[in-house]
Design a binder for this molecule. Structure first.
Ligand code: CA
Length: 235
């Protein structure tokens, strides 16, 4: 059972969502406009946001960015509701940072299952466990914070999870499909270009530690097996 905020301007869709989410044991909070949704996030502290991409007052993408850019809410899961063909890659991609998406018209059963999967993903132990120290890179898993050479690097929840996942499987190549499954929890047909886009931006943010993530041409990505300082010392 979770508190789910539905931000959707179409009353009939809100009604269907309200009925089915309550039937699945969730508490539902509703907003018809993006600005009201953002206010309700502060006031009601939902566990998950179901967000329509097309809202009357502001694009759903902007609402999502506001959530993900705010340190207080950046780990709040956002599931986008989109019409088919509404640039799904972009929705789940790095530009918006949504955790998942559902296309309209949606199956209620699938919607409830996807929401459950996103909520469960949030509880995965990837956020726990000891801190990681690897050469000039330090990760605090509990706090979702990262440092390179002592300087904090601002990562999104998804980028952090991607980095930790690659680290935990270091020196083993991870295919794009495996990363989509593991990091995004998606078995859907979103393009593996989403993975490339995220890795590219993650590397840019990592600066001096960027080379820890190696591209394995035609296969995927791999985290280096030894920190750079040790590699240099050994050479
Ligand atoms: Ca709409």
């Amino acid at each position: 059972m979770a508190r789910i905020l539905v931000i959707e301007d179409e009353a009939d869709i809100r009604q269907v969502l309200d009925y089915n989410l309550k039937s699945a044991g969730h508490e539902v909070v509703e907003a018809a406009r993006g600005a009201d949704g953002l206010r309700l996030i502060r006031e009601r502290e939902p566990d998950l946001v179901l967000l329509d991409l097309m809202l009357p007052d502001m694009p759903g993408a902007d609402v999502c960015r506001s959530i993900k850019d705010n340190p207080a809410t950046k780990t709040l899961p956002v599931v986008m509701l989109t019409a088919r063909g509404e640039e799904i890659d972009r929705v789940v991609g790095f530009e918006i940072g949504a955790d998942d998406y559902i296309t309209k018209p949606f199956s209620v059963r699938e919607l409830v299952l996807r929401i459950r999967a996103v909520l469960r993903r949030r509880e995965l132990p990837v956020s726990d466990g000891p801190s990681i120290e690897f050469g000039n890179l330090r990760l605090d898993r509990a706090a979702h914070r990262a440092w390179v050479e002592g300087e904090e690097v601002e990562l999104t929840a998804l980028e952090f999870k991607l980095l930790v996942t690659l680290y935990e499987r270091r020196n083993r190549v991870q295919s794009r499909a495996a990363l989509l499954d593991e990091v995004w929890g998606l078995d859907t047909k979103i393009s593996t270009r989403t993975v490339d886009a995220h890795v590219k931006r993650l590397r840019e943010k990592m600066g001096a530690a960027r080379d820890y993530i190696e591209t394995v041409r035609g296969v995927g990505y791999r985290f280096a097996d030894v920190p750079m300082t040790e590699a240099l010392g050994a050479g």
